[in-house]
Design a protein around this ligand. Sequence first.
Ligand SMILES: Cc1ncc(COP(=O)(O)O)c(C=O)c1O
Length: 416
Amino acid sequence: MANHKDEPIDGPVGRKLWLRADRVLPGGGIYFSRSADMAGRGVLPGFIASAEGCRVTDADGRSYIDFLCANGPNILGYNHPEVEAAVNEQAQTLTSASLFPPTLVEVVERLVERSPGMAWGVVSKNGSEVVSLAGRVARQHTQRRLLLAFTSAYHGNDPELASSPHPGVLADLTGDVLRIPWNDGQAVEDTFREHGEQIAAVLLNPLDQNPRQKTRNANADFVAAIESGRAHYGSLLAFDDVRHGFRLHPYGSHHLLGIEPDLTTYGKALGNGHAISALLGTEALRRSARRILFTSTYMFEAPPMCAAMKTLEIYDRENVFNRISDAGTRLRTGILAAADAAGHTISYTGPDTMPTLLFEDDAEGTRQQRFAREAAELGAIFHPALNWNLSAAHGDAEIDEAIAIAAEAFKRTPGA
Ligand SMILES: Cc1ncc(COP(=O)(O)O)c(C=O)c1O
């Protein structure tokens, strides 16, 4: 998509980096959410050189209030002093070893303690790995073949979980993951009736939240149909809280749906920007989990585990969930008023801590991009396609500054 401004937002350093990147990176879908294809080339700065609190600085030295939080991770804000101190202290004594670091036990204990019903955990680096592992544990435990997932739901980069036909993924490979529409309780019932004996697990996100789309909560009939299928056929519930974990509910987003998963996964916000993810499971699944081979060289790096320990400590101590909820509500209120004042009809969708702004009558996303481009020029990053993320570093002053930027960006966006 064109960015509808002649000049890209990137300054001379960023532009040179793009030229070099185009020579050595394949581009396109590779690195999907960060790729220029997702935001529109030149709409947002292509390269972030440093970050602090809720501000990021691009390769040309321009600073922006950021509402991406690295696509989720930085829930306490970038470069949080206590988290970084814990990471650095650990890095001075041990990064990786050939046996377990003690902090592995501590971090899994902490996660299990915070998650009633869960008895064991496995730590890895990215969300994709633990979601994929959840599917394996469920299949091993039930000795069944199928996973039931929902149309468009993203569950990471495991080829089997690709949500639509993807180049390089064999159709046969995705055939054992049934995909049915979100919030269609009837489809859930029908699918269980037809395949229930073979469904190892339902793979469920707390929300249906996809780029450039309105967020949809799970409706009560849909959740009831999943619960009833699960009870009747003995299928498991594998909850994917990688993206929403810690931003919808302090102790797991499943609380919003009133369900108790058999397996749950965390990633993104768990390490405030350090690479750590986790799968937690119930006691009943422990023996099955034990049988699975799951390892890789850097899974045992100790500093990200210390980052997670410290992040959880601060998150609980500083009541971060309430803080980001309040900041998100302030942002929503201000953005809606600013859009209205400029004569734009928008929908502001999703939870306040993870909202998506959509312009009405903007099928091509043209206004969306123009707004994001204008806001970036004025010093705020509001992604034009992906949901935004709030952090504890977004104080009232920063939110008000961002609202003022949005107000001006709305005025500069044609089409009101
Ligand atoms: C719901 C969900 N599950 C899994 C993943 C994969 O996590 P990661 O990108 O850390 O591999 C993501 C990433 O965006 C996600 O949104």
